[in-house]
Design a protein. Structure first.
Length: 554
């Protein structure tokens, strides 16, 4: 794709805003940020935001910070901090300067709170959580003022200082902004700015026992970092009023005024994007962990075999808009399929093996054959495969009888083995249950890379693995995690988990894969794209995606 085509493809309302801001001189350059809360692993929705924020900074020769909005120590940990850094770098991005933490600005937040109190714009409130909800009103009824709303400024300052010093119990009181209890926007009805938490913080230890709310800390952090375009998802659209109110009413010398812009979040079919629900899947052991290849997390996608390029391409394909919608899983799979088709070396694996005996091939002879690593890329070279009297084929590739539409092995008919000879099925053995145990065939000599000279054509092409050098392997076949397109709407989303989201097969692969690198992609010819699992012992391959789109069939 040319640079002009890329530029045209990437046009969206945010780029239009940036273009206008730069052309009018409002900003000399842009500063964005990616501000995750370190309370879980990043998922594919975060990848969209990463690609947007870092991608814009790259395209406009600006800067993008990585900032952890770490204002809720009870749910945060260094495990998540480290995982997020790995994911951002794996996607191919690097943040500007040092990693930022909202906790580094705690003293600045506190001084801003004091300023609001001094201006009569914040007060310490002792209503319980239930009372606060009752006083807030509803979408159709205005709220009513807290009985503590008119506490004198000097008393509020003393109460705030006592909160900081640990003089109150958790939940006993909060600091609230004094805005408008009749506002049509619930977020403006005297929102909480600080609450009490006696929790150890992964960055500040036990230095604080009051912690700012996200909405209070986020806008001030943006201003401190001179962010020009603060990009967030549509659920924060109403909160932009609070974002602006806070910045309008505090003094931050040496900072610039950021502006918030909202875009639609990613909603992907057959999965959930709520961190709470993802936590529940992990905690309830419905999956093996945050990096389970069925999870929509970046670490799960990486373990499954997705590539950074494919996820960046997916983010480009779905685009940026202000309209919430559900994205088909087929778009994500098409992105990885298109990437792997170009770059993944070819190999063969038999996932459900049945033995084939080539009766007219010499006993004890093993023939070496050169096969292409990639049929459309000669520069990738060739690989060595083998052929002998005994091979394995996939059980589904043989039938005793079949119509002409079945292009595989049929009794009394011929198929070509991929990169090898034409064979013809003569007879088979079966067990007491009728399960085929051995297929007896003959091979047609002088058909290595050639068609038979007797004019009898092969029905099709199937893959195989030579038996004596075959390497035993397990294959983890992953499907959608949920059985319904929108599991978040289910009363119990765990009840709509897909019982067949993982099927394990035992088979064989070419000997060249015995030392396969973890997470390196291969195309198992006729089966799909696979990568070796990074955690399972032994030779275990995860199926990344099939060779064709099957979503439209479901």
């Amino acid at each position: 794709m040319s640079h002009a085509e890329q530029a045209e493809r990437a046009v969206n309302f945010i780029r239009n805003i940036i273009d206008e801001d730069l052309s009018t001189g409002k900003h000399a350059s842009i500063q964005t940020r990616f501000p995750p809360e370190p309370n879980g692993y990043l998922h594919i929705g975060h990848a969209k935001s990463i690609c947007l924020n870092f991608g814009l900074a790259q395209d406009y020769q600006g800067l993008c910070n990585l900032r952890f909005d770490d204002t809720n120590p009870e749910k945060e940990s260094l495990e998540y901090v480290n995982a997020i850094q790995r994911d951002v770098q794996w996607l191919g991005f690097q943040w500007a300067g040092e990693i930022r933490y909202s906790s580094s600005y705690f003293e600045t937040f506190y001084q801003a709170a004091i300023e609001l109190v001094n201006k009569g714009l914040a007060y310490v409130c002792f209503l319980s959580a239930d009372e606060t909800r009752q006083y807030r009103g509803t979408l159709t009824e205005a709220g009513k003022p807290s009985p503590y709303r008119d506490t004198p400024i000097a008393e509020n300052l003393a109460l705030l200082e006592k909160m900081r010093a640990g003089g109150f119990k958790e939940g006993e009181c909060v600091l609230r902004a004094k805005i408008d209890m009749a506002s049509p926007f619930m977020c403006m009805r005297d929102p909480t700015l600080y609450r009490i938490r006696f929790a150890h913080h992964h960055q500040t230890g036990d230095a604080w026992c009051i912690y700012p709310m996200y909405d209070f800390a986020h806008c001030i952090s943006d201003a401190i970092e001179n962010v020009t375009h603060s990009l967030c998802t549509l659920e924060f659209q109403d909160n932009r009023r609070l974002y602006d109110w806070i910045l309008d009413n505090i003094t931050l010398p040496g900072t610039s005024r950021p502006r918030q812009y909202e875009f639609s979040r990613l909603n992907l079919e057959y999965t959930v994007m709520s961190k709470r629900k993802l936590h529940q899947l992990v905690d309830d052991k419905m999956v093996s962990g945050w990096d389970d290849p069925r999870m929509p997390t970046i670490s799960g996608l990486r373990r499954r075999g997705y590539t950074p390029a494919s996820i960046r391409d997916f983010a480009e394909r779905i685009g940026v808009s202000k309209v919430d919608s559900f994205t088909s899983m087929s778009i994500l799979e098409a992105a990885v399929r298109d990437d792997l088709n170009l770059h993944a070396p070819r190999t063969m694996g038999v996932l459900d093996p049945v033995k084939v005996v080539i009766e007219n091939y010499p006993t004890g002879q093993v023939e070496s054959i050169q096969a292409p690593v990639h049929p459309q890329n000669e520069a990738m070279g060739s690989r060595e495969i083998f052929f002998s009297r005994e091979i394995y084929i996939d059980r589904a590739d043989f039938r005793e009888q079949a119509n002409k539409d079945f292009k595989r092995l049929v009794l009394g008919d011929r198929v070509r083995l991929r990169n090898a000879y034409v064979i013809e099925a003569q007879r088979f053995d079966a067990d007491a249950n009728g399960e085929v145990t051995t297929i007896y065939c003959t091979f047609v000599e002088d058909t290595l890379g050639k068609n038979p000279t007797d004019g009898k054509k092969a029905r099709g092409v199937i893959h195989f693995v030579e038996a004596s050098k075959a390497v035993a392997a397990e294959f983890y076949l992953y499907d959608r995690l949920f059985s319904v397109p929108n599991p978040a709407k289910a009363d119990d989303f765990e009840a709509v988990l897909n019982p067949d989201s993982l099927v394990i097969k035992k088979g064989f692969v070419e000997p060249g894969l015995v030392d396969a690198q973890a997470e390196k992609a291969y195309q198992f010819e006729r089966e799909g794209y696979f990568c070796r699992d990074s955690k399972q012992p032994g030779l275990v391959f995860n199926r990344t995606v099939g060779l064709r789109d099957t979503w439209s069939e479901n």
